[in-house]
Design a binder for this molecule. Sequence first.
Ligand code: SF4
Ligand code: SF4
Length: 139
Amino acid sequence: MSKDATIVENPYHTARLKPVRKGKKPPKLLAVVHQSGCTGCEVCIAGCPVDSIELVSGPNPDNPTFQQTVEIDLARCIGCQNCTIDCPWETITMYGNTDAFNAWADETLYSELYITENHLNNLNSERGDEEKAQKLEKK
Ligand code: SF4
Ligand code: SF4
């Protein structure tokens, strides 16, 4: 991800509908995917007890599973380490809490959970337009 842009949580991602992490303190360790080594095999997803590993579609919207990758929702990961053990390509690493966010910035090539402010502004405009169109249809 570009370090020049401000990255914010994508409020429209379906992960935001999942239960939030319990407890006041964040876990000591968080998992980060080194996406350059990820094959998108989805093995890690099945073993995550809190369903915090999300698919990121490949570049072709007509064939989204081609060159797909995964990302981990750092806001929901509980640090259990299952995914690091399960990944056949050893491309998930556990980091201390602060280091995890730096590693995420270094190792994340594509994210749908966290997006640039500009991207969020565009999504907000699109949503606003959609809502206006729906209201006009109802009239
Ligand atoms: S460390 Fe555990 S909770 Fe975090 S993403 Fe991996 S499997 Fe899920
Ligand atoms: S198991 Fe490893 S290679 Fe497979 S999708 Fe997960 S992170 Fe990527």
